[in-house]
Design a protein around this ligand. Structure first.
Ligand code: NAP
Length: 259
């Protein structure tokens, strides 16, 4: 399917690995020029070079922490006028409700709520002026059904979801859509580190930890970052202009809900 976005320009945050990288790859396959970002320069440059070679699109790589004012300023400066924004950052650590301090909450809110909001505030005016834009926020399945040990994530992402629910309706008249993609368990470094947590807590091996988590997913496997990226590219496409303010689960059926 031709997604109709060849020649557009996208900023994909936190995209040297995992789900962000999956989104970058899929957008590049659709002919979109990219600005990529991550903190570690080495993996970021390697990802940028591989995407350039495979898809023959322009790729700019900015090594910066997207959750800091300074990092965001450098990324936005390099990005300039973009048509597509994919927000993403690392997720907060797991823990126990009674241990989280105010500082822990501020860090989680900064990374997973206020950073995407700051990026949207910076880039939406240009999209509105040009009468076309797409924003996809990578959030989490925990927005629909809480993951108890990820209380910091549950809280921060719920805040972002509320912001998107209203803002998406305010920008839709200008040809700009905002939607959220809610990943369930995908095979990325983040999933491996959560598996390691299960290993430690249960005193089992890695294979067993993974098998136990796979058994909780009706599709009986972890998601693939490439299929996550394909869904993101579709939401960013010309075809998806009537999808506004939605929260789309990609979780292999794990969240037990009728709607
Ligand atoms: P991942 O495989 O660990 O990749 C994270 C990517 O983000 C890396 O490229 C990393 O590079 C970059 N990054 C992290 N913090 C950053 C920062 N402050 N500034 C800029 N770049 C940053 O993680 P993932 O599995 O793709 O997860 C992406 C998001 O989806 C996370 O918020 C996660 O909580 C959420 N999620 C994931 C799953 C899953 O199963 N994978 C499920 C639900 C939700 P550097 O470390 O070099 O910066």
């Amino acid at each position: 399917m031709d997604l109709g976005i060849r020649g557009k320009r996208a900023l994909v945050c936190a995209s040297s690995k995992g789900l962000g990288k999956g989104c970058a790859e899929a957008l590049a396959e659709a002919g979109v020029d990219l600005v990529l970002n991550a903190r570690g320069a080495e993996a970021l440059e390697a990802t940028a070079a591989a995407i350039r070679a495979r898809h023959n699109v322009n790729v700019t790589a900015i090594a910066a922490d997207i959750t800091t004012d300074e990092g965001r300023d450098r990324v936005l400066q390099a990005a300039g006028a973009v048509d597509i924004l994919v927000t993403n950052a690392g997720g907060p650590p797991p823990g126990m409700w009674s241990d989280w301090t105010r500082d822990d909450f501020i860090r989680a809110l900064d990374a997973n709520m206020l950073t995407p909001i700051a990026l949207m505030k910076a880039l939406l005016p240009g999209m509105i002026e040009r009468k076309w834009g797409r924003v996809v926020n990578i959030t989490s399945q925990s927005v629909k059904a809480p993951i108890a040990v990820l209380g910091l994530s549950n809280s921060a992402r719920a805040g972002l979801t509320g912001y998107v629910a209203g803002t998406s309706r305010q920008v839709a008249p200008f040809g700009v859509t905002i939607n959220n993609l809610l990943p369930g368990i995908h095979a990325t470094d983040r999933a491996t580190s959560l598996d390691q947590g299960v290993m430690k807590a249960e005193g089992i091996g890695m294979e067993e930890a993974r098998a136990r988590r796979e058994a909780t997913i009706p599709a009986r496997r972890y998601g693939d970052p490439a299929e996550f990226g394909a869904a993101c590219a579709f939401l960013c496409s010309q075809k998806a202009g009537f999808i506004v303010g939605q929260n789309i689960l990609l979780d292999g059926g794990q969240t037990l809900a009728t709607l």
